[in-house]
Design a protein around this ligand. Structure first.
Ligand code: NDP
Length: 258
């Protein structure tokens, strides 16, 4: 099995749920001089307590960075701080993990549900990609590796099977979540557009469904615990190549229908 050799990794929404578990598991994978930029809205607040404790245990690896994906100013500040910590190095792996989910049908949802889900899940990832692009380009250029990989320069957009238009009719009855689904389908399209636009830069873009996992968002009836979901996510990220550039895959590596 391939191991993840990305040196510098940034994760949004890293203070709880899948983002936190990703930091927790990545810090256990040894790699020389690895830096994990664990981004969250309120690094000093009570919702980041577990991440604060983890960062205290691994101060040379985990750097907590304030980043709210709905606030362009905070993303700019985060990019400046990350760039200064990277020095001459670049960013190898960016995981657009933060997300919100409103449940509801078209009739029970408000326009604000739609706007807020779109703002965080699509525009948020769009803003983050744009701001960190120079750091990703540095890694892609500096790497002597052929092709594409998460070790070289990659963006993983945390998508959802709920965004699949093929699966939508089966899922709608028990999970309408119309604002969430429309936004994640938008994130999938953003992944494809980015894959086309940044192919010459050799930056890999993949949409990844982490499975249905027990988090605040996934709820307690979900089939996976966060450990299992993120073990799969890391395994899949480690093996991605240009074959999955612009693809939609799940935590087992299976390609999903759009
Ligand atoms: P959680 O609700 O447990 O965590 C969401 C994370 O996103 C939190 O860290 C939250 O931070 C952060 N976040 C929300 N809004 C913002 C913002 N404006 N700026 C920065 N961070 C923000 O969700 P999960 O861990 O379950 O989900 C992680 C990702 O995986 C999401 O993109 C989700 O759509 C996707 N996913 C999850 C599935 C599941 O079953 N759990 C299934 C399919 C996809 P804060 O604490 O500040 O609110």
């Amino acid at each position: 099995m391939a191991t993840l050799k990305a040196r510098n990794i940034l994760i949004t929404g890293a203070n709880r749920g899948l983002g936190l578990e990703l930091v927790r598991q990545l810090v256990e994978i040894p790699y020389p001089n690895r830096q994990i930029f664990a981004c969250c809205r309120d690094p000093d607040g009570p919702k980041s307590k577990v991440l604060q404790e983890l960062a205290k245990k691994h101060p040379s690896v985990i750097k907590m960075i304030r980043l709210d994906v709905t606030d362009s100013g905070s993303i700019k500040e985060a990019a400046e701080r990350v760039s200064s910590l990277l020095g001459k190095g670049g960013l190898n792996l960016l995981v657009n993990n933060s997300g919100v989910a409103a449940n509801g049908t078209i009739q029970s949802s408000s326009a604000d549900d739609m706007l807020s889900n779109f703002n965080t899940n699509v525009v948020g990832s769009f803003r983050v990609i744009k701001e960190f692009l120079p750091c990703l380009r540095i890694s892609a250029k500096a790497s002597g590796e052929q092709g594409m990989s998460c070790n070289k320069a990659a963006v993983i957009n945390m998508s959802s099977i709920a965004a699949s238009m093929t699966h939508a009719p089966q899922i709608y009855a028990f999970l309408p979540a119309v604002s969430y689904k429309v936004s994640k389908a938008g994130l999938n399209m953003l992944t494809i557009c980015a894959a086309y636009e940044f192919k010459p830069d050799e930056i890999l873009f993949t949409a990844l469904h982490p499975g249905w996992a027990r988090t605040d968002m996934g709820g307690q009836n979900a089939t996976l615990d966060v450990k299992e979901s993120i073990e799969g996510v890391i395994r899949v990220m480690s093996g991605l190549t240009e074959e999955q550039h612009g693809a939609y895959v799940d935590y087992t590596g299976k390609t999903l229908p759009w």
